[in-house]
Design a protein around this ligand. Structure first.
Ligand code: 5BU
Length: 364
């Protein structure tokens, strides 16, 4: 497929999803196609690790539900602090939540509840065993979230009955100062009944927007890493479809994987790509990004002898060379390979160099 021999910088120009375009550009600028799977057990360790390894990675993958002491405060909590680190170092946050349920439930799990994943994770993923409508449901939830963020204020216009609460696009003046003029006379199309109340609520949290490496940190601090030639990132959310897993005896069939490809093509403005073990771009206009877990290097200085050992609990490993160079994926996801090392930041650099070399070799 053309994406295999195309430079990330080139793909950044044509990818269908704005966040993919941003990510591919970030990869080019940071010379990194490495994602750290930050599977540590406490919020303190997570933030410290993100800060130390941030310069080497383009994506930080989380499992918020295995972190003890996750602080759910939307302004000062763990999500918001991770988002600030993402802006400081220039990486995207990927919550490996593996959503799978009916559309209505995943909408609520994604945007509400305690974790409010959509607020701080630029990317999340879904298993589409329950059917592809749920992808559309998540896309809709993300679009609503984005509209609300962009206008800075949420205006509820209650028309006739209290249930008909809606987001009014005309309502906010965009500066989030809470006096958005949802003035109650802008009749929406097809709206029935009379307006009984208009409530304007100031945006109550700072959204975890994608990194803006060349600007001042939104919380006032100067960014430590400056990518002078990065454009401002779009304010978007993206989904990866769980097309293939890295485990032994994985039950995902070729038909399931193909259904993921179809669902991705039908939702190009929300689906960025896949978590997969090989390149799934087959149509000429497929511009999806592939992220791949189950990645490990043999210890530094040791020769590679055949296949790498798994973890004894179903996880299987491949080298960056094989995943990027032979199987044609784009970003390698590494957890214990980096976290369990004596010096995680320098081990992350070793993985970054190897994965980047494999990518450069693929271009030749
Ligand atoms: P490891 O320590 O590099 O084995 O961690 C791999 C991470 O990727 C871990 O967080 C898993 O939950 C995650 N993962 C995976 O290993 N395999 C998959 O197919 C998917 C996710 Br999807």
């Amino acid at each position: 497929h053309p994406t295999l021999s195309q430079a990330f910088a080139e793909r950044a120009k044509t990818a269908s999803h704005p966040l993919s375009r941003y990510l591919l550009r970030l990869m080019d600028v940071k010379a990194s196609n490495l994602c750290l799977s930050a599977d540590v057990t406490t919020a303190r360790d997570l933030l410290a690790l993100a800060d130390k390894v941030g310069p080497s990675i383009v994506v930080l993958k989380t499992h918020y539900d295995l972190i003890a002491g996750w602080d759910y405060n939307p302004q000062t909590g763990t999500g918001a602090r991770l988002a600030a680190l993402a802006r400081k170092h220039g990486f995207l946050i990927f919550e490996d939540r593996k959503f799978v349920d009916i559309g209505k439930t995943v909408q609520m799990q994604y945007t509400a509840g305690t974790a409010r994943i959509v607020d701080w994770a630029h990317i999340t993923n879904a298993n589409i065993d329950a059917g592809k409508d749920m992808v559309r449901a998540m896309a809709e939830a993300a679009a609503k979230w984005k509209a609300r963020i962009n206008y800075g204020v949420r205006t509820s216009v209650t028309v006739g009955t209290p249930e008909s609460d809606r987001f009014d696009d005309e309502g906010g003046n965009g500066n989030g100062n809470g006096n958005g003029n949802g003035n109650g006379n802008g009749d929406g199309e097809g709206r029935k009944g009379s307006i009984v109340s208009v409530t304007t609520v100031t945006q109550s949290f700072e959204p975890a927007d994608p990194p803006r490496p060349h600007t001042t940190d939104a919380r006032g601090g100067a960014p430590e890493v400056v990518f002078a030639d990065m454009e401002e990132a779009p304010m978007d959310r993206g989904l990866l479809l769980l097309a293939q897993m890295s485990t032994t005896g994985c039950l995902m069939t070729a038909a399931y994987t193909q259904a993921c490809v179809e669902a991705a093509r039908e939702n190009r403005d929300f689906v960025m790509g896949y978590v997969a073990q090989e390149c799934l771009n087959t149509a000429a206009d497929d511009t999806f990004v592939h992220m791949t877990p189950g990645c490990k290097l043999p210890p530094a200085g040791e020769e590679e002898h055949g296949p790498l050992e798994g973890d004894g609990l179903g996880q299987q490993y491949n080298t960056p060379d094989r995943l990027i160079g032979v199987l044609g994926t784009d970003i390698v996801i590494v957890g214990r390979g980096i976290i369990a090392a004596d010096d995680p930041p320098s081990e992350a650099e070793r993985y970054r160099r190897k994965a980047w070399k494999a990518y450069l070799a693929r271009l030749e």
